[in-house]
Design a protein around this ligand. Structure first.
Ligand SMILES: *Cc1c(COP(=O)(O)O)cnc(C)c1O
Length: 472
């Protein structure tokens, strides 16, 4: 499999060549030259596989420059019951069986209790493998408001050749998220708490990344959501969820996906392009509705940072959706020239509109519909699901369930993706249900562990000095 860039200016490259990088060399995003397709008869075979074998079947079509034996070993080591809590890895929980069924696909049983673990745990093992072969080193620099940082740290802790420097805004993450990150004692994990807000952290990361000589000298990389391997790893659970919710390989299902940077639902789009019978991909946003606006009106208008609302589903608080360009590439029929025209406006800080063009029609052909949710909706949905089914869901999952139910169709199973556990956002659960969230066994006592982090001013030079000292 070879990879090209959405902007059309990168000679085709192999999986390994794009694994460690962020943007493609021409400023676009890497995508496979084509999506491999499964025939209906293949689905019958895939249906019988466990998570690991299913993951290998799918991922080996995208990763063909790691030997099959090694890839299988990396996948087998990643998706275990001890890391993800069950042999199913992503169990399906059926809430009711009316109208084709209402289900939760539980993606948040990994080490940090959010769906990002599914991709990042694999990425950690892939990075370690490739770096060992090339005798290379990688120093990952990131900024987090919570979920991404902890998932990256738990994926990279103890990995040879990798260090993580994670900036977070001092005192701004939830208690649980802070405890998850700051209680790590692995010598390759460096938590830096910045006296400022998330944007200050992100600005420092940008400034360091723009310093090419520093970046090369210290082997600086990222693990942000545009990494192709993360998207690829997420394709697997759409297949797994589909098989768990259906009996026949021609049945259709719809997925409701709480969305921010468009990484999760992009994997659903690709699963559909590969031949999985997905009827609808229901995109849910919170008050930061840049994507909902696009799917309803055909207008894509990234927001200024100052326009971003701080919500009770904070992992979806985005100003623009970093993976969205990959979807628009498919929407244009993979026409890089057309995509570049559209993106000129976006890169210039403005917007583009597809309304009244044939491209807008294609949104429906690809099965996309959307909606958004408010804080009040989240509280009401968390209560409703708890009262009717005795199941506690977190705020992000609630956004997905709320919008999913609005688009539910009789006879079509609706699978809502559960993207985090309620214990991560305990305050809102207390408000909604008047009780403490359930706490999975393995994180009892987490908040009582000793914590450590380097507290620093929002000062790029100081962060660089700190990294230089610790990259030796
Ligand atoms: C990251 C995240 C999302 C958004 O996923 P995208 O791939 O960025 O669309 C939703 N919910 C939770 C809990 C997350 O951590």
């Amino acid at each position: 499999m070879r990879y090209i860039s959405t902007r059309g200016g990168m000679p085709p490259r192999s999986f390994r060549e794009i694994l460690l990088e962020g943007l493609a060399t021409d400023g676009g995003l890497a995508l496979p030259e084509s999506y491999p397709r499964y025939a209906p008869t293949d689905l019958a075979r895939l249906r019988t596989l466990n998570y690991r074998d299913l993951a290998f079947d799918i991922l080996s079509r995208y990763i063909d420059d790691i030997s099959a034996t090694d890839l299988k070993r990396l996948i087998d080591k990643t998706y275990t019951a001890s890391v993800f809590g069950s042999e199913d890895i992503t169990p399906l929980r059926t809430l009711d069986t009316l109208e084709g069924g209402l289900h939760l696909l539980q993606l948040s049983n990994g080490p940090t209790l959010a769906f990002k673990d599914i991709a990042l745990q694999l990425l950690g093992n892939l990075f370690e493998y490739v770096l060992a072969e090339n005798k290379g080193e990688l120093n990952i620099l990131g900024a987090t408001s919570g979920d991404t940082g902890s998932a990256a740290e738990y994926a990279m802790r103890g990995k040879r050749g990798v260090r993580v420097f994670m900036l977070s805004p001092l005192g701004k993450m939830s208690r649980f998220q802070t405890a998850q990150m700051f209680s790590l004692t692995d010598p390759n994990i460096f938590n830096i708490a910045i006296k400022g807000v998330f944007d200050d952290c992100q600005d420092i990361v940008k400034r360091v990344s723009n310093d090419e000589s520093f970046k090369t000298r210290y082997h600086i990389g990222t693990v942000n959501s545009i990494n192709w391997a993360r998207v690829a790893a997420q394709i697997v659970y759409y297949f797994k969820g589909y098989f768990a919710a259906t009996k026949a390989d021609t049945d259709e299902v719809s997925f409701a996906v709480p969305s921010g940077n468009f990484g999760n639902i992009l994997a659903g789009h690709i699963a559909r392009m590969m031949g999985l019978p997905i009827r609808r991909l229901i995109l849910a946003t919170n008050e930061n509705n840049v994507l909902d606006e696009f799917f309803r009106t055909g207008r894509y208008r990234p927001r200024a940072s100052a326009e971003v609302h701080q919500t009770s589903s904070p992992s979806m608080d985005i100003s623009r959706a970093s993976n969205f360009e990959r979807f628009v590439f498919d929407l244009t029929g993979r026409d890089s020239a057309l995509l570049r025209t559209l993106w000129q406006a976006v890169d210039g800080g403005s917007e583009f509109r597809l309304a009244d063009t044939p491209l807008h029609e294609k949104i429906r052909e690809f099965g996309f519909v959307s909606g958004s949710s408010t804080h009040a909706n989240r509280i009401a949905t968390i209560r409703d699901i708890y009262q009717r089914f005795g199941v506690m869901i977190d705020t992000h999952t609630a956004d997905g369930v709320k919008v999913g139910l609005e688009h539910r169709e009789a006879g079509v199973p609706l699978i809502c993706l559960e993207t985090a556990q309620p214990v991560k956002f305990a305050d809102v659960i207390r408000d909604a249900l008047g009780r403490e969230p359930d706490c999975p066994e393995r994180c009892r006592g987490l908040e009582q562990l000793p914590q450590r982090a380097e507290v620093m001013d929002a000062d790029t030079v100081a962060v660089k000095d700190y990294m230089a000292q610790h990259c030796a």
